[in-house]
Each structure stands twice: as C-alpha cells, then as structure tokens.
Ligand binder design. Structure first.
Ligand SMILES: CC[C@@H](C(=O)O)C(=O)SCCNC(=O)CCNC(=O)[C@H](O)C(C)(C)COP(=O)(O)OP(=O)(O)OC[C@H]1O[C@@H](n2cnc3c(N)ncnc32)[C@H](O)[C@@H]1OP(=O)(O)O
Length: 261
C-alpha cells in the first residue's frame, strides 16, 4: 500500500492515512487502497474493530485538491465524488465498530470520513471543519447528511454554512466527538485502549449490535419490528459457546458460594 499503512493488534485493524506531504489528502490511489482493505477486513473474523488515524498534523485534509482540480466538469468529478460516497457507505456498513482517532486537523472530506465512523476520538489539539463552503462547494461524500443526523440541526447547518473550524472541546460539547484525550503519546494509548474495549465483546455480539444499529439508522421500523429484531438477535447467540460458558461459570460460582441451610 502506498497511501495508507496497515497493521493489526489484539483484534483491531488499524488504517493509518499516510500522505504526509499533502496532509493525508484523499486521491484516487487512496480510494483504491481503502476499497481493497475494507473488502478484505470485512471477511476477516480476526479483526473485530477498525481504527482510522492520520498523524499529529492531520487526520485527513479532504480531497486532494491538486489531483481533483484537474477534473473541471460536473460529469468528470461526479463519478469521483460518488465513488468515495459508496466507499464511506462500505465503511459505515462494515459490520465491525469503526473508530476515527483524530490527532491533528480533519477538514473537508476528512470530517466526512470521521462522521462515517461509529466513534470519534479527538486529541486536545485536534481541529474539525466542514470547510467545503470556503471552496464554493458542498460536502460530496455523504458527510453533510451524516452530520445533520448526528448533531442538532442548527449546529450541523452552522458548521456546513460557515465552514468554521472548531477545536476538540467544542466538538465534544456539540456531540461531534465522543471523547477527548491529551495530545501526544498518551493519545495513541488512550485511543488503543478505547478500541480494545469496544472490540472486547464476542464477535457474534458485535455483529448483532452493529446490524441492529444499522437497521435503526435506516429507520422506518415499527416498535414490533424492533422488538422482533432484538429478540431474534439474542436467540441467535443463545447457543454460542461464549454464552453457554459464561452462564455455566455463573451458575457454578453461585452454587459453590451458596451457604448450606
Ligand atoms: C474535494 C472533496 C471535498 C469533499 O467532498 O469533502 C473536500 O474535501 S473539499 C476540502 C478540501 N480540503 C481543503 O480545502 C484543505 C486544504 N488544506 C488546508 O487547509 C491546510 O493544508 C490544512 C489541512 C489546514 C493543514 O494546514 P498546515 O498544517 O499549515 O499545512 P499546509 O497548509 O502547509 O499543507 C502542507 C502541504 O499539504 C498540501 N495540502 C494540504 N491539504 C491539501 C489538499 N486537500 N489537497 C492537496 N494538497 C494539500 C499543501 O498544499 C502543502 O503543500 P506544499 O505547499 O507543497 O508543502
């Protein structure tokens, strides 16, 4: 891989955006590579969660303006935008929890990637901005609509219409990020700890909750359908060794500790 670096550790797949010379801007090559790794990791049961990071300067600086600016016409740029839009849908529907750990700047498409993840962690020096408006365009990868579902409508519209870049404290207050950790070495450690906690559940449970969460996001379910979905999920996991072992251990322990009358 040329534009992203991959590693895996304790069930977590790590994608590190790596085009430092352009603050990790997304180009066509990066799209190819992201597509390849997401398809591979979707099928890989050893990977239970996926963490995306950049570096201390930037998470991702959006689309590569030099490369994309060569495309001047609507019908030339549309397929590129739509492709990245589909890729972020794949990320969103990966079936494993995804975590954007933002240490530096996430602007434009960088914010769109972050809001496609299930969790957003920020260092105390991270910055977030839907700055597309400054270039006279809207977000093009589905991030605007995601932001509108994630935040209070007026907060989302304010960010989209002004292109204001906000710090991590503000991002936490309005609900754009879930946790803020100190910058530096401590940030990497805290992000990995968070990812490990999220990935500690049995794979079956992770899959079922992600499926429920994605179904809820699509909306349009009656209360009965929601209850049915959840009952089915739980019943499917009933026969798994994780469930049986946990219950047997509990019963054994409670029998063992019962005082004789
Ligand atoms: C096109 C898709 C669209 C969407 O659908 O969402 C978008 O993403 S629109 C938004 C596009 N992105 C931007 O407008 C951001 C542009 N970059 C910046 O504002 C700043 O670089 C930064 C991200 C805030 C970082 O600032 P700083 O740390 O001071 O770095 P530099 O500005 O000095 O940048 C270093 C180097 O990187 C090049 N660069 C940065 N971003 C991009 C980019 N998105 N595309 C191409 N190149 C980029 C920058 O030109 C510098 O290059 P050199 O001068 O050659 O060193």
């Amino acid at each position: 891989m040329e534009t992203i670096q991959l590693d895996r550790h304790r069930g977590i797949g790590h994608i590190r955006f790596h085009r430092p010379e352009v603050r990790n801007a997304v180009n066509l090559r990066m799209m190819d590579e992201l597509e390849e790794v997401l398809r591979e990791w979707r099928e890989d049961d050893a990977i239970k969660a996926v963490m995306l990071t950049g570096d201390r300067h930037a998470f991702v600086s959006g689309g590569d303006l030099s490369e994309f600016h060569r495309l001047t016409r609507e019908e030339e740029i549309y397929p590129v935008m739509a492709r990245m839009g589909r890729l972020l849908l794949e990320l969103q529907d990966l079936g494993k929890p995804t975590i954007a750990a933002v240490e530096g700047t996430a602007v434009g498409g960088g914010c769109e990637i972050a809001v496609s993840c299930d969790f957003r962690l920020a260092s105390d020096r991270a910055r977030f901005g839907f700055i597309q408006v400054r270039l006279g365009i809207t977000s093009g990868w589905g991030g605007g609509t995601r932001l509108l579902s994630l935040l209070k409508r007026s907060d989302a519209l304010y960010l989209l219409l002004t292109g204001e870049v906000i710090d991590s404290e503000t991002a936490l207050r309005i609900g754009l990020v879930d946790r803020v950790f100190p910058n530096g070495e401590e940030f990497a450690g805290a992000a990995w700890d968070f990812a490990e906690r999220v990935a500690s559940a049995p794979l079956g449970v992770i899959r079922e909750y992600l499926a429920i969460a994605n179904r809820v996001r699509r909306g349009g379910m009656s209360r009965h359908e929601m209850a049915e979905l959840e009952s089915r999920s739980c019943a499917r996991l009933w026969e798994t060794p994780e469930h049986r072992t946990a219950v047997e251990a509990f019963l054994k322990k409670s029998t063992g500790t019962k005082k004789s009358p």
